[in-house]
Design a protein around this ligand. Structure first.
Ligand SMILES: [Zn+2]
Length: 51
């Protein structure tokens, strides 16, 4: 999961080691504190290389 702010540089990603719960929580905090709109992208599953 990747969440980002439409109005500033705020962003969080599970790729950075955060859990989805942490990201959801922080996104709500960011919205409450700033009133900014936070949008999210569900990352596609990792590509499995087939040999
Ligand atoms: Zn923001």
């Amino acid at each position: 999961m990747f969440k980002y702010c439409l109005e500033c540089d705020w962003q969080m990603s599970t790729a950075d080691g955060y859990t989805e719960e942490e990201i959801s929580e922080k996104a709500i905090e960011h919205f409450v504190e700033t009133g900014h709109t936070v949008d999210s992208i569900r990352l596609p599953p990792p590509i499995v290389l087939q040999n």
